[in-house]
Design a protein around this ligand. Structure first.
Ligand code: EPU
Length: 420
């Protein structure tokens, strides 16, 4: 298994370009199932989760290939979907595989996807996805660990989610675009990945209004056409690279951003001591003193993203003062804490809150990545720490960051991947 080795203490300086959003891409790939025409996605990040979604589409009998001339262009053509089943072996590797259920029922009248189960960051049920599909008239059956949804025709309906769910909103949206009549989704997730999916569905011929707000209206259509879309910059990768600037008291510029989608992240980076400037699609963060202690509460968009919590917490371990970090989205997303403590951080967890007392410095250590964003936090800790940090189980980070070590090296970090 690969490891990332970081020698800390370098001040990061310079400019890098963001990759396309991993989470947006996964939903857009599922949306390609809704049409027999070609969908072209540009700026797709070369990360493991995208590879897993390609395998899922392949298992469904769908052609999905990288463009021969551009390694970030993905071509998907679901001319025929020969198999309605997404197998356990793939779904267990990535919960977002569940996103194919809505499109499968809409396109084929039936879909069978392995029940994804819990994961390291929490129980993560799919009850809201199923509630939405049921409201549109799908019959749901749970059978030998699989969820089967079927409907001769889907009919538009009112769906009121009990919790704000990103993939749940996307799944139901994708089913509703081919349903008969009007669907109204209340308490819809407002994340940019929902708005981007709606933009793409509209470009394919769907009628979707209000995405990005908590009420989405969809008027079903008979069929959808192909699309050619460039994926928006990954707001979490951008936030992570800026946080790397903060922990190393550096001067980091990330291009390829839509800064308006990072408001909550930029506000907290500023509050924590970063001097943040926005110019066009570039965001620059400068810091020349230790971070400042702050209060941080994760929340659905437009709140502070749970996917940035570990990275900001890492910065706060080095703050002048104390911080309280409260995780409200997932129940078990503090797995980076024991590893940060092994590096010298002073953190106590009480329920959903982590109390962080800033320390003067961290010391390099071998650490274990447990999930994608926790791993990013540990790499940032390594950049700031004295001595060498070895982050094991790097496959977690490869799920969602495209060659993060190359981007950080370009900014001046002493970082390398050891294969093995
Ligand atoms: N929830 C339910 N029932 C459901 C669905 C969700 O109770 O049917 C709960 C979850 O257990 C959680 C909360 O609702 O407590 C929010 O979960 P949500 O459904 O919004 O998460 P998701 O759609 O499964 C996406 C991202 C995550 C990101 C969350 C929150 C993708 C592929 N994943 O997950 O990204 O943390 O939204 O913003 O879009 C990551 O990239 O590292 C990652 C985990």
């Amino acid at each position: 298994m690969d490891r990332i080795v970081v020698r800390g203490g370098r001040r990061l300086e310079g400019e890098v370009r963001a990759s396309g959003s991993k989470n947006a891409t996964l939903a857009l790939m599922a949306a390609a199932l809704l049409t027999d025409r070609e969908s072209v996605l540009r700026g797709v990040p070369r990360v493991r989760d995208v590879g897993t979604m390609m395998k899922i589409l392949g298992a469904l009998g769908v052609a999905c290939e990288w463009d021969a001339d551009d390694e970030h262009v993905l071509r998907i053509r679901a001319g025929r979907v020969s198999n309605p089943e997404a197998p356990y072996d793939l779904v267990r590797q990535m919960r977002a595989s569940f996103l194919v259920l809505g499109p499968l029922v809409a396109r084929l009248g039936t879909g069978r996807v392995s029940e994804p189960g819990g994961c390291a960051i929490g129980v993560r049920p799919v009850d809201q996805h199923l509630k939405g599909l049921e409201a549109l008239g799908a019959k749901i059956r749970l059978d030998h660990g699989y969820v089967e949804a079927s409907a001769a025709t889907l009919t538009g309906a009112r769906v009121a989610f009990d919790v704000s769910t990103v993939n749940g909103t996307q799944n139901v949206m994708m089913a509703a675009v081919l349903a008969r009549g009007r669907t109204i989704i209340e308490n819809a997730a407002r994340e940019p990945e929902v708005a981007e999916l709606a933009q793409v569905l509209c470009a394919m011929g769907a009628h979707v209004h209000g995405a990005g707000s908590d009420r989405i209206e969809i008027e079903g259509v008979e069929s959808l056409g192909g699309v050619d879309h460039t994926v928006w910059g990954d707001r979490i990768e951008i936030g992570t690279l800026l946080a790397a600037g903060l922990v190393t008291r550096g001067d980091v510029t990330v291009r390829g951003a839509d800064p308006g989608l990072l408001d909550a992240t930029l506000e907290k980076l500023r509050e924590a001591g970063g001097d943040v400037d926005v110019q066009g699609d570039a965001i620059r963060l400068r810091a020349d003193a230790p971070p400042r202690g702050i209060k941080l509460v994760t929340a659905p968009y437009p709140g502070f993203p749970t996917d940035m919590q570990a990275q900001l917490m890492t910065a706060l371990t080095l703050a002048d003062g104390s911080s309280v970090v409260t995780e409200t989205v997932f129940e078990n997303r503090f797995m980076h804490v024991p590893e940060l403590v092994r590096m010298g951080a002073d953190i106590e967890v009480a329920g959903r809150a982590a109390h962080v007392r800033g320390v003067g410095g961290l010391s390099g250590a071998p650490v274990m990545a447990t999930d994608l964003r926790a791993s990013a936090g540990l790499i940032l800790a390594g950049l700031a720490a004295e001595g060498e940090t070895v982050v094991n189980r790097v496959y977690h980070i490869d799920r969602g960051y495209e060659r993060i070590e190359d981007k950080l090296r370009r900014l001046g970090a002493e970082i390398r991947r050891e294969e093995g």
